[in-house]
Design a protein around this ligand. Structure first.
Ligand SMILES: C[S@@+](CC[C@H](N)C(=O)[O-])C[C@H]1O[C@@H](n2cnc3c(N)ncnc32)[C@H](O)[C@@H]1O
Length: 360
């Protein structure tokens, strides 16, 4: 299919019901879902078969590469993202049956913990909702099949995100959702939707995204610097740091979902002095501006035998010129692609444009 000169790969078809598969709508800071066709257009003529999506996030780019029949390895530092990668990228055929979806939503003969109910009262969700979350994650933990487990976790995590102001967990702000005032922001209807209804909706979206590209794809969790470097191409979309040195700390934004992914160990990971019970901060070069330039140098060196593809923003720190120079130390041919006029869903800055650096 050709759209305005851009070749669009025909979506794959799911074997089970003949419906066209589709990447689920997710709400995630820095997701490339909206510009993934542009990225694909820029990399499609490069010669590669195996690829690593090193900072995978929602998996939007992995999914596009999977549609293009590449051998895709998804990677992310956070466990909850790894589960999404497993559900949608690694998984080629498992879906949640209607019975399994309802099974997840019923009270079972399980000794449920009351972790969210006991500790997160009045922070993100109502008391009833917190109890529902404990019950549902308890059910999900009891699912043996790794793909069913990951799919159900996907549905739970998306339901939690949808009901959050700003789709984040960066503040104790349940009151914003509950206040009975006229408002000009946010999605009150989504906030008020019952959890079970959202769970069913996202389970259906996840089911509709599953397809087999005939290749063996994988989802990994870990630091990018520990991933294997034996891929034909590596796609890198690290956390963004602005010119003013504000960086995006994904664990701060999404700690609650990470907590659900490590439910039994959650208590050990919380910074109990924080009002909103975020995780203890781990030092990371990707969220420490003065360490960033060296981090990019090391990243490019580590993957120097692969084609390097880096997503970036024109107003990011370090500058695009500095990054191109760093890439040139390991790659003779570096090109810089720019997508003008791309508006960021979560930022008012319309000056910024999306950049792709490609090193061969
Ligand atoms: C800009 S987001 C990626 C967005 C993704 N391309 C998408 O379309 O959804 C950056 C991701 O890097 C992950 N991350 C942060 N530090 C990392 C590290 N050291 N190794 C691997 N992933 C990391 C974060 O958890 C976050 O999901």
């Amino acid at each position: 299919v050709s759209l305005g000169g851009v070749d669009v790969f025909a979506p794959a078809h799911s074997a089970a019901n003949g419906e066209t598969t589709r990447f689920p709508q997710t709400r995630y800071q820095g997701s490339k879902a909206k510009i993934v066709e542009w990225i694909w257009e820029k990399v499609r003529n490069l010669s590669f078969d195996t690829c690593l999506d090193a900072f995978g996030g929602t998996g939007a780019v992995s999914y596009r590469l999977k549609q293009a029949r590449k051998v895709v390895t998804y990677n992310d530092l956070l466990q909850f993202n790894g589960l999404l990668g497993r559900a949608i990228i690694e998984n080629s055929s498992t879906r949640l049956s209607p019975e399994r979806i309802e099974w997840c939503l019923e009270r079972r003969d399980i000794e449920y913990r009351r972790f969210v109910e006991d500790y997160f009262s009045d922070i993100y969700f109502t008391d009833n909702e917190n109890a529902w979350i404990d019950q549902t994650i308890g059910n999900i933990q009891a699912i043996d099949n790794r793909y069913e487990h990951a799919l159900a976790f996907f549905a739970l995590s998306q339901a939690c995100l949808t009901k959050r102001p700003y789709n984040l967990f960066h503040r104790k702000n349940l009151y914003m959702r509950l206040a009975d005032v006229p408002r000009s922001f946010g999605n009150k209807t989504a906030w008020d939707a019952p959890f079970a209804k959202l769970f069913r909706k996202f389970a259906a979206e996840a089911n509709a995204s599953i397809f087999d590209n005939g290749r063996c794809n994988a989802a990994l969790v870990g630091d990018v610097m520990r991933a294997s470097s034996s891929f034909d191409l590596i796609y890198m979309d690290p956390p963004y740091t602005s010119r003013r040195r504000n960086s995006s700390n994904y664990l701060d934004f999404y700690h609650f979902l990470e907590g659900l992914a490590v439910y039994d160990d959650w208590a050990d990971r919380i910074d109990w002095r924080s009002k909103h019970l975020r995780f203890q901060r781990q030092p990371s070069e990707w969220t420490t501006p003065r360490k960033l330039a060296a981090a990019f140098d090391r990243l490019f060196e580590r993957f120097e035998s692969s084609i390097l593809v880096l997503s970036y923003r024109s107003d990011g720190f370090p500058s695009v010129d500095d990054l191109a120079q760093s890439m040139r130390r390991v790659k003779p041919n570096v090109t810089v692609e720019r997508l003008e006029n791309y508006k960021y869903a979560l930022s008012k800055n319309t000056q910024s444009s999306e950049i792709l650096l490609i090193g061969r």
